[in-house]
Design a protein around this ligand. Structure first.
Ligand code: NAD
Length: 483
């Protein structure tokens, strides 16, 4: 069994200062595949000190030089594609096709920020247009400093790419803390750092949980910026810790995203998008479209099409070709979802499909793909993030009602609009309170477009130029026009 008892600091694997150990489990076989030693605050001190030492030389490099390292990451990930897909599948329970999409998204992100790093060189020192004569102002972008990057377990290689690539492009040095549930895929990033000869201390990686590493990292005086992806509960704690020293934070938090299906949509096509929005990655997607608002006129044909597709889903070994849905990533998450199913039972929700309609595989943290219809808007299942393969649906009488109910949520991460009229779909999309709105499609996330939420779904944006800005501080040099 693999022992993860070393931390990656200054380009070396050094013994962890922590004593506690946690098992890392294959969620399909339920076997323990590794053991991770939980780091402690002394590890955080060492990693932050290494990042601080590395900062002056790294920030002094040109964007083009930093871009070359990011290209190296993209190439190394590409070379390890098959191995990493299997590893994600083994540690997360992802089916092979989805693990492949994740990896390609991560690779695209490193490439995109290599390009952005080069562009940054051209942006430095640009003249600002002024009203005042005789004065010159030039704009520069400095890295914010040492960044603490904290990631969750549902998309380890993607969420780390969205932080690491722009942070390195900007000239920041980093301490990355992967989730203790899925520490294996991100380990590769440390191996790649050595492979591409990244200067020591630019990327440090710490294993541990929230108590041992996450909280000490978020509150460390040597960390200038914390970028966090995860739950609202922890995100708010991270923000409080950052507030103590006025440090910058970016938060990518939970969601309860709607999918609106209008009466002019084709129910069969709409059903495919609804399925992709909730049952991919066993529903463990922050942007899962987990609230279906369907127009009365096509509600029945849509529910029938969904029931048919849910029955056709193959649950099983995520490593096997032909599996559509793997297990949830942890027993803990399976139990969280089960607790919501028990609430649904107590609330008397009407299930189109649930565990009564299928036999689950003998091993693995599975939850049956579930669809409730006519869910009241005050139900906890309608309002709270479940983070599993549970779709809640209700029908609406008009476009206005669909928009109103879609926006009646604490969250605002994403949304989907399905309509036979693309113009109408875009109009509806403009009225929705969400960072990403998919028009006749699902879960298409591109490195060039921003990612992040309205309302309680977070603060700031990742991806696109906004993702780079999150690691840059703007500076102006202002003075008389040189003669
Ligand atoms: P989590 O909040 O439990 O953990 C996230 C990370 O924070 C882990 O690395 C964990 O070890 C660490 N952590 C725990 N306690 C901490 C503390 N006190 N201080 C600092 N760090 C701490 O979340 P999770 O269960 O790993 O992930 C699921 C959540 O992530 C869901 O709510 C999901 O919506 C959200 N998520 C959001 C996005 C997005 O882009 N908005 C993407 C993926 C996941």
């Amino acid at each position: 069994m693999q022992q993860l008892d070393h931390q990656f600091i200054d380009n070396r694997w050094v013994p962890s200062a922590g004593q506690r150990r946690l098992p890392v489990t294959n969620p399909y076989s339920e076997e323990v595949i590794a053991e991770v030693t939980v780091g402690d605050p002394a590890d955080v001190d060492s990693a932050v000190a290494a990042a601080r030492r590395a900062l002056p030389a790294w920030r002094a490099r040109s964007g083009a030089e930093r871009a070359a390292y990011l290209e190296g990451f993209a190439e190394a990930l590409t070379r390890r594609r098959d191995e990493l897909i299997r590893l994600s599948s083994t540690n997360n329970g992802k089916v092979l096709a989805e693990a492949g999409i994740d990896l390609d998204d991560a690779i695209a992100c490193y490439r995109y920020y290599a390009h952005q790093a080069r562009e940054l060189d051209h942006r430095q020192g640009r003249l600002v247009e002024l009203e005042m004569d005789g004065v010159e102002a030039r704009c520069y972008h400095d890295p914010v400093g040492v960044a603490g990057l904290i990631t969750p377990w549902n998309f380890p290689l993607v969420t780390s790419a969205w932080k690491l690539a722009p942070a390195l492009a900007a000239g920041c040095t980093v301490v990355l803390k992967p989730s203790e549930v899925t520490p294996l895929p991100e380990r590769t990033l440390a191996e790649i750092a050595i492979e591409v000869d990244l200067p020591a201390g630019v990327l440090n990686l710490l294993y541990g949980d929230g108590e041992g590493v996450g909280a000490p990292l978020a509150s460390h005086p040597g960390v200038d910026k914390v970028s966090f992806t995860g739950s609202n509960r922890v995100g708010e704690a991270v923000m409080r810790a950052a507030a103590e020293r006025t440090a910058d934070v970016s938060l990518e938090l939970g969601g309860k995203s709607p999918i609106l299906v209008m009466e002019d949509a084709d129910p069969e096509q709409a059903a495919d998008w609804v399925m992709a929005g909730i049952y991919s990655n066993a529903g463990q997607i922050c942007s899962a479209t987990s609230r279906l608002l369907v127009h009365d006129a096509i509600a029945e044909p849509l529910y029938a099409a969904l029931a048919e597709r849910i029955d056709d889903l193959t649950l099983g070994d995520p490593l096997a070709e032909g599996t559509d849905m793997g297990p949830l990533t942890s027993a803990r998450q399976r139990d969280v979802v089960r607790a919501y199913l028990a609430i649904a039972e107590r609330e008397g929700l009407s299930a189109v499909r649930d565990s009564r309609h299928r036999r689950l595989p003998d091993s693995g943290f599975f939850v049956a793909p579930t669809l409730y219809r006519d869910v009241p808007t005050q139900s906890r299942l309608w309002r709270e993030e479940i983070f599993g393969p549970v779709l809640c649906a209700r029908s609406v009488a008009s476009e206005e009602e669909a928009i109103r109910q879609a926006n009646d949520s604490d969250f605002g991460l994403a949304a989907t609009v399905v309509s036979g009229d693309a113009e109408r779909a875009r109009r509806i999309g403009r009225a929705l309170q969400a960072g990403s709105v998919w028009i006749n499609g699902e879960q298409l996330v591109l490195p060039e477009t921003g990612w992040g939420g309205f309302k309680r779904s977070g603060i700031g944006r990742e991806l696109g130029p906004w993702g780079l800005s999150a690691y840059l501080a703007v500076k102006h040099l202002v003075g008389p026009v040189p003669s």
